[in-house]
Ligand binder design. Structure first.
Ligand SMILES: [Zn+2]
Length: 463
């Protein structure tokens, strides 16, 4: 979800002098300290976050494991607070790495942990060091309050979520026993608040879209560029891409995304409330009109369908040769249950040209067999109930996450994972994620910590 925020490009740089300001919030203070450890990936150097957390969690009675990867400075951190073992563990996962910054476009130092105007600023404030601080403070409170536990509570801080190879799937291959759980929380859904500060709704992701690479190849005669022929591979590919540029996959809903749009219909003002109702309704022309309005928002557009995005072009090798072929790589983000082979068939139909070949980059890719995590589950119910309780009866809905997360390591093994960015944020704050002047409000961090702590008490405290 990379967006830039050019309005800040000319803003004045004020570096970390405000950082010493006391926050009265232990979650905000922890977040400030973690933001100060620059874990831009590459290279990540996530081990420094593990070292900081180990020093704070070990004295509280957590068993600490730091799993090194083959890359120096890059490790996963696992903290386990023991229960009596009568139930299987609950796990909370947060990635320690962040994406890089366009430093000149920030008004504060992105790695100073600046605290001002009731917010913590810095790269990762939302994605996902804020979530890491909330999860960490919630599990620390369990230990500080000596809550007797019926199950282990595992807090995992991951490497390589934003980039590279030593990610959670890598960890799960050799260290599964250490991260095996009955269910888990990680990043995903949103707690969206309006400009007055009121929470509009809470979404909890129960599944992620997945990513498929499709190669579109235009073919022609390879020859001397002084004698062009009508069958140019590059022109042929260009015509195919032009057709794709005006094509949208049809509306496609999962039970979770249908419920999400129902919630938006309930919690949005007109005319959007009507469009949200129509898009899941039975009148095709009303749905098409609603789709046009809703899809002006790229996030909602992506939740309604499989999306296509050209990402790489490759054609030709010298200026006096017309190449015999030219390729485009199309990144297709598919709704769970979609067969990638059907995507290829549909794109071939749209392009409709015998000189264009459409194929999967990975021919063995099949439909995802990973089921959505069920809503009929103790952890989902507890989180939904605590979210509603914490945020004045806000509507809670399951959610199909528009991108991929590391939830796959558990979901693919049948372990339910529920995704949430555990703090209320505004639409403006959301655009700063992976962008500039990323920030989260201290009040949001505190309310989020309360919500996650109470959720953990609900699922893991002995009764
Ligand atoms: Zn993230």
């Amino acid at each position: 979800m990379k967006r830039s925020f050019l309005a800040f490009a000319c803003a004045l740089a004020v570096s970390g002098q405000a950082a010493a300001q006391p926050t009265q919030s232990r979650t905000a203070e922890l977040l400030r300290d973690i933001i100060r450890l620059d874990t831009s990936n590459p290279p990540g150097r996530e081990g420094q976050v593990g070292d900081l957390l180990a020093a704070r969690l070990r004295p509280l009675g957590f068993e600490i494991t730091q799993v090194p990867t083959p890359e120096a400075g890059k490790s996963h951190f696992i903290a386990r607070l023991k229960g009596d073992g009568s139930k299987r563990p609950v796990l909370l996962a947060a990635h320690a790495d962040v994406v890089g910054v366009e430093r000149e476009k920030w008004t504060v130092d992105p790695f100073a942990g600046v605290v001002k105007d009731g917010h913590v600023y810095g790269r990762g404030a939302i994605d996902f060091k804020g979530g890491m601080a909330v999860f960490a403070r919630a599990v620390m409170q369990l230990a500080e309050n000596k809550v007797p536990l019926s199950r282990d509570v595992i807090f995992l801080v991951e490497a390589d979520e934003e980039a590279a190879q030593y990610n959670t799937s890598w960890l799960a291959r050799d260290h599964w026993d250490e991260i095996d759980a009955e269910f888990a929380l990680n990043e995903g859904g949103w707690i969206i608040k309006d400009d007055t500060g009121k929470v509009q709704y809470v979404s909890i992701s129960t599944a992620d879209k997945s990513s498929v690479a499709v190669i579109v190849t235009g073919k022609g005669t390879s020859t001397h560029s002084s004698m062009p022929r009508p069958d140019s591979a590059i022109f042929t590919l260009a015509r195919a891409l032009t057709k794709l540029s005006t094509y949208d996959f049809p509306l496609q809903f999962t039970p979770a995304s249908r419920q999400f749009f129902t919630t938006l219909a309930k919690t949005s003002p007109p005319p959007m409330s009507g469009y949200f109702r129509d898009v899941i309704g039975t009148d095709p022309s009303a749905a098409a009109r609603a789709d046009r309005e809703i899809s002006k928002d790229p996030l909602l557009h992506a939740l309604l369908r499989n999306t296509i995005a050209p990402v790489l072009l490759n054609g030709g090798f010298r200026s006096n040769v017309i190449p015999g072929s030219a390729d485009a790589t199309i990144n297709v983000r598919i709704i769970p249950g979609t067969d990638p082979n059907d995507v290829v068939k549909e794109l071939s139909r749209v392009i409709d040209d015998p000189n264009v070949m459409v194929r999967l980059q990975n021919p063995s890719a099949g439909p995802s067999r990973t089921p959505a995590s069920p809503e009929d589950n103790e952890l989902y119910r507890a989180l939904a109930q605590q979210a509603s309780r914490t945020f004045d009866g806000a509507e809670v809905t399951p959610y199909l996450f528009q991108a991929g997360t590391d939830a796959g390591a558990w979901r693919s093994r049948g372990i339910p994972v529920y995704g949430i960015y555990p703090y209320p944020i505004t639409a403006d704050e959301l655009t700063r994620m992976h962008g500039n002047d990323e920030k989260v409000s201290i009040e949001s961090l505190d309310r989020g910590t309360e919500m996650i702590y109470n959720t953990l008490v609900e699922v893991a405290a002995k009764r």
